[in-house]
Design a protein around this ligand. Structure first.
Ligand code: FUB
Length: 349
């Protein structure tokens, strides 16, 4: 269905402008957006936030119902088409017994890409089985139908280099110019007894993907990322690899690592090591009133760079409090001549 957003536009005087028409949708929720650009459209894949109730009242988002993936797309970043929800997780009869990945009990924070294989585009949708591993669905189109080619996680604690990693979640995928695939994910110290790795994982992981994009090659490599919390993300710009992530909220931080902001590091190699450059996305939703987390994706559409992220604007307007329920936003992202990223001030009422 095609619809337009009118009710909760935080920039209502300037709404309906490309890259500045937030929130993108208000007829449903959607978190952890990940953008795939294909055939003149931007597809956003999102965690399936939906209000949870207790005694008829909306309660805090427990993330325990994130077992679908919401998909919307647009050719202009203003008018969005809703492609519905992919019923991903299928353990214990989830999704009415129609869950595609029968082994998975969650489908958090998706990422998607495509690759031409045997002359045809093949689509890959990676998702986090909560914090316990990463699965992949495949399809012949960006909107499915999807299948689970492995019948098990692509990455779990048995994957070389992933033993003991605290958070196996938040996948990000890169297909490099030579066709090589890389999968990034959230991390932590390989020591589940270390409480610091829960609130302050401090490291991410990257592992090379096989040519089929549904297998891994070799061992995962640790990415040392100062004050890393979650939301690993990767893009390539001018031949360099930009790895970005959300800074954690724990303890005291030096000023160059502001809590909850999106930081980035740069490398000449997709597997690092990366050099810390600073932060580029301040998400006001996290700081003013409602709290919550910060999760983003970067993408290039028709020659311009954008960052998609989530805020709690819609849930705040609909319920009087954010309560951890998130909706997607997109803002323009601009590069300085020296390759650094200009600060983006995220939208929030
Ligand atoms: O949506 C569930 C989790 O919340 C994601 O995996 C994290 O990045 C945070 O956004």
């Amino acid at each position: 269905s095609l619809f337009t957003v009118t009710s909760y536009g935080v920039n209502s005087p300037t709404a309906k402008k490309i890259g500045n028409s937030n929130p993108l949708i208000d007829h449903k929720l959607g978190a952890d957006p990940y953008a795939l650009v294909y055939d003149g459209r931007v597809y956003l894949y999102m965690s399936s936030d939906a209000y949870e109730y207790s005694n008829g009242r909306i309660v805090e988002n427990s993330f325990s119902n994130l077992n679908k993936i919401h998909v919307i797309s647009s050719a202009d970043l203003v008018n969005w088409t809703d492609h519905g929800a992919i019923p991903v997780a299928g353990a214990n009869g989830l999704n009415g017994g129609k869950g595609i990945a029968k082994w998975a009990w969650g489908s958090w924070a998706p990422s998607a890409t495509y690759k031409i294989i045997d002359g045809k585009p093949k689509f890959f949708l990676y998702f986090a089985n909560t914090g316990a591993g990463i699965g992949v669905l495949t399809a012949d189109s960006p909107i499915g139908p999807w299948k689970d080619p492995l019948g098990k996680p692509l990455v779990d604690h048995n994957t070389p280099g992933m033993a003991g990693v605290t958070w196996l979640f938040d996948p990000a995928v890169l297909v490099d110019d030579d066709g090589s695939g890389y999968l990034y994910c959230g991390g932590g110290i390989p020591d589940d007894t270390n409480p610091a790795s829960i609130a302050n994982p401090g490291t991410g992981r990257v592992i090379k993907l096989g040519d089929d994009m549904i297998s891994t090659v070799g061992s995962a490599v640790r990415i040392d990322a100062p004050y890393f919390f979650e939301a690993a993300e990767i893009h390539k710009y001018n031949g360099k690899y930009y790895y970005s992530y959300c800074i954690n909220f724990a303890g005291t931080h030096p000023p160059e690592y502001p809590k909850g902001e999106i930081a980035y590091m740069v490398s000449d190699n997709p597997m690092g090591p990366f050099t810390y450059k600073g932060t580029f996305l301040r998400n006001p939703s996290v700081f003013f009133g409602v709290g919550g987390n910060n999760h983003h994706t970067t993408f290039n559409f028709r020659g311009e760079w954008y960052v998609a992220y989530h805020s709690q604007t819609v849930s705040l307007a609909q319920t009087g409090a954010g309560r951890g329920y998130r909706s997607p936003n997109i803002n323009k992202m601009e590069m300085n001549p020296d390759g650094t990223i200009k600060q983006v001030q995220g939208d929030y009422k």
